[in-house]
Design a protein around this ligand. Structure first.
Ligand SMILES: [Zn+2]
Length: 339
């Protein structure tokens, strides 16, 4: 008699799911909740950075981190977004320290008292996730691409956190945790909140083990995470550049009013930003792919390549050689696969 038990379980799961999306909570947080929330924010070490909450469209806002390496600017080197609706806020990415996330919440509170309902995480990399615990404590549902689990349970993640507890002290400290998502996405998802439609696309492993983007059709705005960089050289890191390139080629066909990337300013000319990132990834793959196939040593191939199209971009000196090397190794593996 397994069937009734399963049905009951299914009912409970569905009821819980419905609860979450349709609970008739007051659109405005009560004063008491807000006070409690704001008090909790002050338990995080204060951080003094220039953080401006900018409005991009009717519903979309973001804060922009500075260009630089992970520990520059008190760790404020990535962006976070917010979609503000009548029934609450959906946050996109959580910044690189809990202190930064707390500051971001304060900025949002200067604009609206509505509750933060969800946080959608573009991908699990340190510079986008250490602020998650702030939103978790506020009761927001945390949603991430399924690939996040590969990062969460990895030694790389543990080592990175330990390193940041040192390099970003006191903003990342013993209390900083890698928050597990409440929900993992294995399929693209569309939902509504406060009359706004949210379209979450899964890109598979592109820039990381799992990347997603959030599109707001009403405003024609895309939160792209780290798969598109505006006006700077991206960090390729552990990216699967083959998938990434395919994703970029698909995106190039889309017309958008604005694109809010994971790093750098919102792009007023999204197709330019998409095509710049696409051309850069293409360049890495073609130069390093040729070298790998011809078994040319990396240093020679790197020196011989013409990088002039990208050499003037911010972060070029920091990122390009490392990116090229990572892609060289990947292309060697791809060449071996093809044999
Ligand atoms: Zn990033």
């Amino acid at each position: 008699m397994k069937f009734p038990a399963v049905s009951l379980l299914l009912f409970v799961v569905l009821a819980t799911a419905c609860d979450r999306t349709e609970a008739p909570e007051a659109p405005e947080s009560t004063a008491e909740t807000l006070d409690t929330q704001l008090a909790r924010l002050s338990s995080y070490a204060p951080v003094e950075v220039d953080m401006q909450l900018r409005q991009v469209s009717a519903h979309t806002w973001y804060v922009q981190g500075a260009a630089g390496v992970a520990t520059d600017n008190a760790g404020f080197i990535s962006n976070a977004g917010a979609v503000i609706t009548d029934e609450g806020i959906v946050v996109f990415d959580a910044l690189g320290t809990p202190s930064l996330a707390a500051l971001f919440v304060r900025k949002l509170r200067a604009v609206t008292n509505r509750p933060i309902r969800k946080v959608i995480v573009s991908h699990y990399h340190a510079d986008h996730i250490y602020g998650l615990q702030v939103f978790e404590e506020m009761g927001a549902e945390i949603i991430a691409p399924a690939g996040a689990m590969a990062y969460i349970d990895s030694e790389v993640a543990a080592a990175r956190l330990e390193e940041r507890q040192f390099s970003l002290d006191p903003w990342v400290n013993e209390q900083t945790r890698i928050v597990r998502p409440d929900r993992l996405l294995r399929e693209p998802e569309t939902f509504h909140l406060g009359g706004v439609e949210f379209v979450v696309s899964l890109l598979g492993s592109a820039h990381s083990d799992g990347d997603l983007t959030l599109y707001i059709p009403q405003d024609d705005v895309l939160f792209s995470g780290d798969v598109i960089f505006e006006g700077r050289v991206p960090y390729v890191g552990d990216a699967n550049t083959r998938n990434w390139l395919a994703v970029l080629r698909r995106m190039e066909k889309q017309t958008l009013k604005a694109l809010i990337p994971g790093h750098g300013p919102a792009a007023g000319d999204p197709s330019r930003a998409i095509s710049l990132t696409r051309r850069y990834i293409e360049k890495l793959r073609s130069e390093m792919g040729r070298a790998a196939r011809e078994m040319e040593p990396f240093d020679e191939a790197y020196a011989a390549a013409d990088w002039s199209e990208f050499a003037h971009l911010p972060a070029f000196d920091l990122a390009n050689r490392r990116n090229a090397y990572q892609v060289y190794l990947a292309m060697e593996a791809e060449a071996a696969e093809g044999e």
